[in-house]
Design a protein around this ligand. Structure first.
Ligand code: SAM
Ligand code: ASE
Length: 362
């Protein structure tokens, strides 16, 4: 973090050995995370975007309604993190958004990560306070974090309508930056009738319909999620996306699934135990048309578990928040084969989420 010069010591060893730079960075990592989220939440990047010119700390503090002293320190840290650029004009410092800040940290940008950052800072951060307990006990920490004992992770994630709405926004926002990559990791154009199981707001479905002009997507999710998604997320323009309408609708462990030739399960399998995964995938296999397929969208671990770091960290998050884990391509293949699928392939995208495809062969 601090720009210390790596000076050689008398023994000729680099100073890095005597100053544990990496460990200091890890220790302070959450401070950086919080600088980014506080700046987003206060609207620093939004104010600078709207102003269309560099602003002083006084102007920014007034616009975001925060103390001048606090704002000055926050802006300095954002500049240190290279999220803001600075210039001196008549002895005054003026701040402006960097390109990355405008594109990813403003609320209105089509590639905005605002909702991801906000949820990470407000909810994941609280849950991760109990990471040590989660590792010790091998189970999620909702009871400690929220005083909520739940029969299934989604009971806890959706403990209030507001928490559910924030989770849906969080889930949707990552597809702003990797949605296209996961739906085009395989050529899905042969599949015209797609069902997105646990499809949430329809954010990934939108990437499907834009990448594949001939497909329609049905979203299957819990009734209360569908209710919010229908009201707030899907516009009339998305005519090729619809929500599943059944009798009781929407519980993928209990209710019948719609017939389709491609099922997408994005970040579903990683929420559950092996047993529940095979139960769900077997149900998908039965509903699937012959010649059809299932696409799993997950953060894949390398087969030897040695990375990627993001997937290793996500797997700990699954421990803290769910009943599941992140898995390797072989582990996904084993679950899919147990459910009946064959000809299983995977693709790493190089971004946070990857893809696994398995077929229901004749
Ligand atoms: N597929 C979306 C994505 O990747 O952005 C959402 C993933 S989110 C982690 C899991 C989704 O599964 C949520 O939308 C949740 O409401 C849904 N879900 C959880 N349990 C369910 C159940 N029993 N039946 C149907 N949907 C369920
Ligand atoms: C789930 C995905 C997530 C359930 C809970 C979750 C994510 C965060 N909480 O299916 C997305 C991945 N991000 C992390 C930090 O794991």
């Amino acid at each position: 973090m601090s720009e210390r010069k790596e000076v050689d010591t008398a023994e000729g060893k680099p100073a890095a050995d005597t100053y544990p730079k990496k460990i200091m960075e890890y220790m302070e990592g959450f401070l950086i995370s919080k600088v980014v989220s506080a700046s987003c939440e206060l609207g620093v990047f939004d104010v600078l975007l709207a102003a269309e010119r560099p602003l002083s700390a006084e102007e920014i503090s007034e616009a975001v309604g925060a103390s001048l002293d606090g704002t000055q320190r926050l802006l300095a840290a954002c500049a240190g993190l290279e999220l803001l650029s600075t210039q001196q004009v008549n002895g005054r410092v003026l701040y402006g958004n960097t390109e990355q800040a405008s594109v990813y940290l403003t609320r209105s940008s089509p590639s905005s990560l605002y909702e991801s950052i906000h949820y990470s800072s407000r909810t994941l951060y609280l849950c991760w306070h109990y990471l040590t307990d989660a590792v010790r006990e091998g189970k999620n920490q909702y009871e400690r974090a929220f005083g909520h004992s739940a029969k299934d992770p989604f009971d806890a994630l959706y403990r209030s309508d507001e928490d559910m709405r924030k989770f849906i926004l969080f889930m949707s926002s990552i597809w702003n930056i990797c949605g296209k990559d996961v739906v085009t990791a395989f050529d899905l154009s042969p599949f015209k009738v797609i069902c997105d199981i646990g499809g949430c707001s329809g954010a990934l479905a939108k990437h499907c319909t834009s990448a594949y002009p001939e497909c329609t997507v049905t979203i299957f999710d819990l009734p209360k999620v569908v209710h919010v998604a229908r009201e707030h997320f899907l516009t009339k323009a998305d005519q090729r996306i619809n929500f599943h309408e059944g009798n009781i609708i929407g519980d993928f462990f209990k209710d019948p699934l719609p017939v389709a030739n491609l099922y997408i399960l994005a970040r579903i399998i990683h929420d559950w135990t092996e047993q529940r995964c095979v139960e769900l995938l077997s149900k998908v296999y039965k509903a699937c048309e012959t010649g059809g397929a299932v696409l799993l969208v997950e953060a894949l671990l390398y087969d030897d578990g040695s990375g990627p770091l993001t997937a290793q960290l996500f797997s700990l998050n699954m421990l803290v928040q769910t009943e599941g884990r992140e898995r390797t391509p072989s582990q996904y293949a084993a679950l899919l084969e147990a459910a009946g699928f064959s000809n299983i392939q995977h693709r790493f995208t190089g971004k946070s989420y990857d893809a696994v495809l398995g077929y229901k062969q004749a």
